[in-house]
Design a protein. Sequence first.
Length: 230
Amino acid sequence: MELLAYGDTGWGDELFFATLMTVAVAITAIFIGFLLAAIFASFKLSNTRILNLIGSFYTTVFRGVPELLVIYLFFFGSSGAVMYVAKIFGYDGYIEVNAFLTGAISIGIISGAYSTEVFRGAVQAINRGQFEASEVLGLKKKIYYYKVIIPQMLRLALPNISNVWQITLKDTSLISVTGLVEIMRQSYIAAGSTRDPLFFYSFAAVLYLFLTFLSLKLFNNLEKHYSKGH
């Protein structure tokens, strides 16, 4: 256990902060994904054909393209785009986009594609009578969506949101290719430094399993809370 000691003699503090970085990226990415899902789920539920096509294009592309490729495209593509704009203003140097921001956005976009289908399915699972009753009561569209539809949608979507969160959490390991020091990157550095890859990669697996366990407990409690009366 000396390898996991805190301070200069071990890697415990480095792995602790790497775990915090993993959680920070995953939380940022899932909120970006929810924001995108709210937009594109409304597109897919819309009666407008062009909006349906846009929503379908988004979910098809980002669920069909490998996650690592999406991260590469955003990491290298965003740097290229920023440098292209900088050259217009006379700057010819290399510009590297922040790895945390790039990782969170790229994983968030992937997460959003899955969350879009979760939200769409949850809304469609709500009894049609709920919509009709809201209209009969004369509730404005914004009010009945926020007060009637969205609470029911979240209750129905929670089990699948839990799955999306697990996917998002595990996808954070892929952003180690950008140089961001999260669990996977820190384990790689520690394994290379100590020449004990089996120990550090096994410990990385334990950390991911621990985060997964805590996440499952949290989502189970949320499901129980929002399922009261059902």
